[in-house]
Design a protein around this ligand. Structure first.
Ligand code: UT7
Length: 308
């Protein structure tokens, strides 16, 4: 925060009070989403052994900051690890990785794929307006990687809720090829956001989408071991927690150290809660994310601590 206060009119105190964020990580000039995606996958190999990638037949990579429009960043990862796999990117803003998880789960369930390397990687620092204090202080760069494959009966994804409301496109956007939205409103060259509108939407949807995912799984909120929300702003997380009447110790939050890492945020939070021993085999997790679109995704899953 102190570094950013040298660049724009802000302060550590403002950022901490309004968002809970103290630190974030930015990629080096020559590092992009593919580098972080490869790193996250290498971390997975270091933890579980090289056999973790054996039989991967599909790579799905969620990002809003692909290295290039062509090829898909997923294909760069496929080539790096020499996987005999299909590869495509998902662009669905912050909930992108959860959309990717839902796609991976559906591929596995239908038998169209057996083992899906499912990555969320975003280098938001590359598309920020470094003069806009309203967005600059919020975002960080990061990546997560997971394997989605068949699990024993009772484990795995129990529900997914996916939603979008394109009416809200004007609240959070950035230009790519077209310079306007369909209604003619201009798209900015770098990310622009109406923070207040997104805040209100986020609090509303975090609560409704999570309730929906729990109901779809035929469960109660009290069955949930850990709530792993998108890490955008601690005030949003806490408002959702309070409306869901969840005790603070059931909430996984690391927004303080990473800021909003977009498609990577839920995965990084899960990984930390696994590493420190909070999430255990058989725990029921409630995941939720929201972002540009406007869009959202939630899911209930039972964690399977597999040894590869
Ligand atoms: O993945 C989805 C991504 N987006 C989000 O989740 C963002 C959701 N929105 C938010 O988290 C909050 O709306 C923000 C953190 C962006 C802003 O917090 P807020 O409490 O809604 O503040 P505000 O927008 O109402 O602004 C209050 C004041 C304004 O000044 P005036 O108009 O009251 O004089 C802003 O200009 O704070 C000012 N401000 C800042 N001041 C210092 C806005 N950004 C900053 C800043 N430092 N970085």
């Amino acid at each position: 925060n102190h570094d950013l206060a040298q660049l724009v009119e802000t302060s550590d105190e403002w950022v901490v009070t309004r968002t809970g964020i103290r630190e974030r990580r930015f990629t080096a000039e020559d590092e992009f989403a593919s580098h972080m995606a490869i790193h996250a996958t290498e971390n997975m190999i270091a933890k579980h052994g090289p056999q973790v990638l054996d039989g991967v037949d599909l790579v799905i990579l969620a990002t809003s900051t692909p290295d290039a429009l062509l090829p898909a960043t997923a294909a760069i990862v496929q080539n790096h690890f020499k996987l005999k796999a299909g590869a495509f990117d998902v662009i669905a803003a912050c909930p992108g990785w959860m959309y990717a998880l839902s796609a991976a789960a559906a591929y596995v369930k239908s038998g169209m794929a057996k083992k899906v390397l499912t990555i969320g990687s975003d280098a938001l620092s590359k598309i920020l307006n470094w003069e806009d204090r309203g967005t600059l202080v919020l975002f960080g760069d990061g990546a997560c990687a997971a394997i989605v494959e068949a699990v024993p009966e009772g484990y795995g994804f129990k529900s997914f809720v996916l939603g979008a409301d394109g009416e809200g496109a004007k609240h959070l956007n950035m230009r790519c090829i077209n310079t306007t939205l369909p209604d003619g409103s201009p798209l900015t060259e770098k990310v622009s956001m109406n923070g207040r509108e997104v805040f209100k939407f986020a609090v509303r949807v975090m609560s409704s989408a999570t309730r929906e995912a729990v109901a779809k799984a035929n469960m109660q909120l009290t069955d949930i071991a850990y709530f792993v929300p998108h890490q955008a702003n601690f005030r949003i997380i806490d408002a959702a927690r309070s409306s869901l009447e969840l005790p603070p110790e059931k909430v996984v939050s690391n927004v303080e150290r990473y800021g909003n890492t977009s498609a990577a945020s839920v995965g990084i939070a899960m990984r930390e809660a696994l590493d420190d021993g909070r999430i255990k085999d058989g725990d029921d997790l409630l995941l939720v994310s929201f972002g540009a679109g406007l869009s959202w995704a939630s899911s209930v899953m039972r964690w399977h601590a597999k040894t590869f």
